[in-house]
Each structure stands twice: as structure tokens, then as C-alpha cells.
Ligand binder design. Structure first.
Ligand SMILES: CC(C)(COP(=O)(O)OP(=O)(O)OC[C@H]1O[C@@H](n2cnc3c(N)ncnc32)[C@H](O)[C@@H]1OP(=O)(O)O)[C@@H](O)C(=O)NCCC(=O)NCCS
Length: 180
């Protein structure tokens, strides 16, 4: 069972949104599916996600927004000593306000609490925005997975290593080059 979690991420800069992070619940699914429209994650798939015992899902809501609807979400799987981030997406008109980072920090904080050894993810090689976000958090590239996506684009596998005792991030350099 995932603990109900509600955390507020305050403004770091004037342009940053003040968001509340909650565990995703059934009434959020319609809004989350519309945020994810471009990645073809529909409500049914999200419903299946909520039912998986190993799935961890959070949404971000704007604290001062007119509507409490989610503006971003993250889905991760907690399996053994690893947390695998499957998707993090911010609504197009709410990007670059610190919301994606707030969700990633929530996932990493959960991983720390559960003493996972690593947070893992795959990202499109061309997705410079996401790669930049992951790098600022301490992720490094471990390998390329050629033609991983249905349109044949390569995936970059990225890892954040945590000391399970202290939760400290163990920094490492890239193990593969991304610039070729
Ligand atoms: C990747 C994504 C989730 C980032 O969400 P966001 O809410 O805009 O991210 P943040 O505002 O928290 O950005 C945090 C940091 O990431 C980096 N970043 C984010 N967008 C960037 C961009 N377009 N170009 C370069 N760096 C970027 C920056 O370092 C940024 O910090 P800064 O704004 O202080 O410079 C968002 O672009 C998105 O939804 N993309 C489509 C879905 C996707 O590709 N998801 C990831 C793969 S599953």
C-alpha cells in the first residue's frame, strides 16, 4: 500500500509554481490522461497502473491555481531495491516552472525512504529537456538501448545511485557517450 503523501514544493524563483504533490487517485485519471495524450497513455492503462501493487504514482497540483486538477504526473515501479521511473510529464503550458523536478524529487525521496539502491529510467536520446533534468539530479548515462522505441529511436538508460544506508547520492560519470 502506498502511503498517502501530500507535500508542498515552494517557489524557488518568481517563475516557479507552488505545487502540491499527491498520490494519484482514480478521480485524477481523466486529467492525467489528457496531460499524457501525446504518449498514448489512456485512462484504462492508468487504472491498471493504480492497481499494480508495485506501482507508485503521484500528481502535481498548483496550490494557487484556479483548479485542483493535476498539471503533471509521474509513474514509477518499486521492485526489490530499485525504483524504475516509467514516465514523468508536465502539461505543455506548465513546463519550466520546476514541476517536473518536484515530481522527480518526490520519487527519489520515496526511494530514499525505502532504502532503494538505484533509481533507473530510459529516455529518448533526443529528449534533451528530460536528460537535462535528470542530470541536474545526479543521474548518469549507463548505456544506449538501440531502437528501443516503436519509431526506432534509441533510448538512453540513466541511473541515480543511492547509498541505501544514508540516502546519499553516489555521483558517477557517464558510462556511454551521448554525443555521437
Ligand atoms: C521533461 C519534462 C517532464 C520536464 O518538466 P518541467 O516541469 O518542464 O521541468 P522543470 O521545470 O522542473 O525543469 C527542471 C530542469 O530540467 C531542465 N529542463 C527542463 N526543460 C528543459 C528544456 N526544454 N531545455 C533544457 N533543459 C530543460 C532544466 O535543467 C530545468 O531547470 P531550470 O528550469 O532551472 O533550468 C517536460 O519537458 C515534459 O513533460 N516533457 C514531455 C514528456 C517527457 O519527455 N518526459 C520524460 C520522458 S518519460
Amino acid at each position: 500500500m502506498v502511503e498517502r503523501q501530500s507535500r508542498t514544493h515552494g517557489a524557488l524563483m518568481g517563475t516557479h509554481a507552488k505545487v502540491r504533490i499527491d498520490v494519484m487517485i482514480e478521480p485524477d485519471l481523466h486529467a492525467v490522461a489528457s496531460i499524457a495524450a501525446s504518449s498514448r497513455i489512456g485512462e484504462d492503462l492508468l487504472r491498471e497502473e493504480l492497481a499494480r501493487p508495485w506501482s507508485r504514482t503521484w500528481v502535481a497540483r498548483e496550490e494557487d491555481g484556479a483548479s485542483p486538477l493535476p498539471v503533471a504526473f509521474i509513474v514509477a515501479w518499486h521492485v526489490a531495491d530499485e525504483l524504475h521511473v516509467l514516465n514523468v510529464t508536465t502539461r505543455t503550458d506548465r513546463r519550466r516552472r520546476g514541476i517536473g523536478r518536484a515530481l522527480m524529487e518526490t520519487a527519489v525521496a520515496y526511494g530514499r525512504e525505502k532504502r532503494v539502491k538505484q533509481v533507473l529510467l530510459e529516455v529518448r536520446r533526443s529528449n534533451h529537456a528530460a536528460i537535462a533534468l535528470y542530470r541536474t539530479m545526479g543521474f548518469f548515462a549507463t548505456r544506449l538501448r538501440p531502437r528501443y522505441y516503436p519509431d526506432d529511436e534509441d533510448a538512453v538508460e540513466m541511473l541515480l545511485l543511492l547509498d541505501p544506508q544514508t540516502g546519499e547520492i553516489l555521483p558517477r560519470d557517464d558510462e556511454v557517450r551521448l554525443d555521437s
